[in-house]
Design a protein around this ligand. Sequence first.
Ligand SMILES: Nc1nc2c(ncn2[C@@H]2O[C@H](COP(=O)(O)OP(=O)(O)OP(=O)(O)O)[C@@H](O)[C@H]2O)c(=O)[nH]1
Ligand SMILES: [Mg+2]
Length: 301
Amino acid sequence: MNKIDRFRSSLVRSRSGFLDRLNHLIRGGELDFDFYEQLEEILISGDVGVETTLKLVHELKEEAIAQKVTNRESFRSLMIQKISALLAAPPGPAVPTEPPLFILLVGVNGSGKTTSAAKLAGFYKDLGKKVIMVAGDTFRAAATEQLEIWSVRAGVELIRQHSGSDSSALFFDAINAAKARGIDVVIGDTAGRLHNKYNLMEELNKIYRVIGRNLPGAPHQVILVVDATTGQNAVAQARSFNQALPLSGLILTKLDGTARGGIVLAIKDLLDLPVLYIGTGEQLEDFAPFDAETFTAALFE
Ligand SMILES: Nc1nc2c(ncn2[C@@H]2O[C@H](COP(=O)(O)OP(=O)(O)OP(=O)(O)O)[C@@H](O)[C@H]2O)c(=O)[nH]1
Ligand SMILES: [Mg+2]
């Protein structure tokens, strides 16, 4: 299966939930009061969130009137355009004038950071880049072991230290190693942390500053790894992490395990943070860059 097929098949599960209801609703009929009520209810049930849903439906309603759209078939096209435009992300990461490109992964416990670090490493390796991963989760010995196993699978070198060492110091050293060896992309894993724990968020900010001190402009991309099954709490996570250090966007994991997925719309709408990649399983290949058009098309297939 290629990436798009895999993505589609993972969405099949989503389809049995709110997407089926959505597609059923917009298949035919009039645009009456009842229709808009149901549309709102379905979107909210799909994790789009109350605020974004109300705004989206209101705007769609206005556009339908302005464009004299009176049936659900034409409304469907309007909706596809609207969602695709809302989700459109700026093109790729800001590539530094000189390598390495430094990507830092952050997120709450168990969201999929370590797995995503390996997937991302594999992704860049496939593009022909020289990649290293950094085992920045120095809290737990098991975390480094886990990334070690992934680094073997991905065929990518790992920079590690004994557990309990300082994460910022490790990143600092990793940058020196990357410069010395002509590495193109450095991918940093970090320890999971709850977004409402002040000290842990402060530590993340310190890591961010130390990286920037050794490599001006870095980290070039700070990606929040979010479990798609978390639902609306993902918005709160994104907001808090974005206050600790400036996020570039998200990796949305475990899309294979949710019947919803509308959280993508909420986060982009409320925080203007794009989804950059999606995770659709536990293997290295279960990963793809997020593409707004493909995603939207798959929703309304
Ligand atoms: N189904 C599915 N499982 C995933 C995906 N991504 C990660 N997982 C699983 O989620 C669990 C946690 O993944 P990790 O990568 O260890 O998460 P983490 O954020 O590094 O966790 P901590 O370091 O403990 O904070 C593992 O069992 C992974 O196999 C995904 O896209 N789909
Ligand atoms: Mg981890």
